[in-house]
Each structure stands twice: as C-alpha cells, then as structure tokens.
Design a binder for this molecule. Sequence first.
Ligand SMILES: Nc1ncnc2c1ncn2[C@@H]1O[C@H](COP(=O)(O)OP(=O)(O)O)[C@@H](O)[C@H]1O
Ligand SMILES: [Mg+2]
Length: 329
Amino acid sequence: MSSQCGSIVNPGTFTCNLTVNYQIPPQVFPVAIRHRSCQAGANGWIRAYCQRCVIPRCLVRWADEIQDSVMGETKSAAQDRNAADAALIWMQDVSKFFGTFQALDEVSLEIGTSEKVVICGPSGSGKSTLIRCINRLEQHDAGRIMIDGVTVDDSAAARAVLRNNVGMVFQQFNLFPHLSILDNLTLGPMRARGLAPAAARELAEYYLERVRIPEQMQKFPDQLSGGQQQRVAIARALCMEPRIMLFDEPTSALDPEMIAEVLDVIEELAATGMTMIVVTHEMGFAGHVADKMVFMDHGRIVEMAPPKRFFSEPESERCKIFLQQILRN
Ligand SMILES: Nc1ncnc2c1ncn2[C@@H]1O[C@H](COP(=O)(O)OP(=O)(O)O)[C@@H](O)[C@H]1O
Ligand SMILES: [Mg+2]
C-alpha cells in the first residue's frame, strides 16, 4: 500500500494530486473497477485518482491505517480544485411551478466539491422542492441545473450523472418494508450498477458498519427503531457510492433521543469530504458541519452566508425572526 502526492498519473487527461494504491482481495475487484476514474493496475492493485473525489470508500477498509491521511489529503486536493474549477452543483435562476403556484423563484446556488450546505427556512419555503429538482425528482420549469458539468434534464447523460453521483435521504426513510435490511441495501447496487450479489453484499456490510448497525442486517425495517431505519436509509444511499448526498430533514420524523445518532453519522460522513446539502433545522449540527448556510422563504434564497456570520449577523429581518424562533425552541 502506498501513497504519493503531486504525481501526474495520466498525462493528457488530468493531473492527479494524490495517488493511492490499494492492495485488495480479488473478490472486491469488480466493485473497485466500477468506481469512476479508477484503473486496474498490475497484480490486483487499484490506482485511484483523487482528483474527482475518488478515494473509493469501500476500499478504505482494506487500508485502515492510512485512512486518515488519505481522507485528509483528498479533502485538501478537492478544496484546491474548488478554487479553480467549476461548481459540482450549479443552479442558475431555477424556477418551479406547481400549477400556478411558484414553489421556486429564480434560485441560484453553487456548491463546490466537498462543500456542505445547510438549508433552513419555514415550512413551505421550497427547501424540499429545491433538492428534489437537483436530483430530478421534480422537473424545474425555468433556469438551469448542472451536476459536474452535465445539465440536469431528461437526457441519458443527466440520468447517468444523477445515478452515479447523487444519493438522497428522506424524512420518512422510504425503506422497502417487504425487504430485509440487507436486501434494501443490495438492490440498488445490483440493479442500477450491475454488481454481482457477493460484491453488493460486501458493500452493504461495509456501509452498515459505517452507520454502526451491522447486526441488523437480516431484520426487516419495521423491526428497527426510527433512528436505526434512518441509518439504514443513509447506508442504502451510500451503497451507490455517490459523490453528493442530499438530506431532506433527515431527523425531523425521529423521536428526540434518536436524533443524535443520525446526526453523528451524517457528521462523520461530512468529515470524509462528501459533498452535501442538508435541509435541517438542527442548528447545532449546522454550526459544526456547514460551510455555507442558506435561508429560504417563499421559494427564494433570502440569505446565504458562512455559519458564523449567518448566526451572529443575519441580514434580513425574516431570517432574524426565523432564527430567534428556532433557537428558542
Ligand atoms: N407536488 C406538489 N404539488 C403541489 N404543490 C406542491 C407540491 N410539492 C410542494 N408543493 C408546494 O410547494 C411549496 C414548497 O414546498 P416544499 O418544497 O415541500 O417546502 P418545504 O420543504 O420548504 O417545506 C409548498 O407550498 C408546497 O405546498
Ligand atoms: Mg420539506
């Protein structure tokens, strides 16, 4: 296992700031070479290009002892790229109507690789609609959305970029009740990514461990607590190995004592360099995790600022009142 920085791995394609070689058991190989930008090397080695996020997280378990340094370097490499490169998620003047009702009103937002954005705002202000438009669960009516340089529309390219890059976690977990936890997790990787059952199971086991419930694998969703179900939902999204995770009020359906266990998992994920949009009113969490806070009202982004400024000096009266109400409760 080795790592080196600053080498040009693939001249003519892009410069890689970090090369990590993992030696991995052959049975994981089919998983590994499906990763974006990964190339198989000689003798079962995988060369993972960091430049587009790409430490293959399912492999890191084989390389625990370098995990911290790898993740750290990946993050800073991604941050460097941020400064120079286009946004990973780019929205320009996006509007969305339900009939004559305008749910989004010319929303513009840019999110760089590894950036964490927390969106808050009153009920009905368009938060869910915004993130649902990003992954095409809703179609926007005007403006433009791009993910990693690909316009989000009905094209095959857009479907592929969404499938390969974007995971979503909903308020109501949305697990398949008739499937075991394991089957909930392996379905997507097998159907959408063509993984063999053994490889899909490896992924599922790995991510269930990451969300700290490996022992629940054979149970069904209704045998788990709300907090456990939501952690399964997070693991399920991670099994698709997305670069971007969208969370729509992931803790608001939970009993208070279960909120922390889910927020802890999301916070850990944030620390790996994952790009995230989190709709939440958990302001303590937001203060820790967010690079950028967004406040929405009536379908518009009313305020956008780093958390420190957002909480201490909100500019709009509407945001001030909202924060006072939220922080009082
Ligand atoms: N499928 C839909 N049909 C009609 N109206 C909708 C639909 N989805 C959302 N809306 C309306 O759009 C507005 C924004 O909704 P939403 O994005 O869910 O708000 P938030 O997530 O901020 O609570 C609300 O007034 C809501 O009633
Ligand atoms: Mg909502």
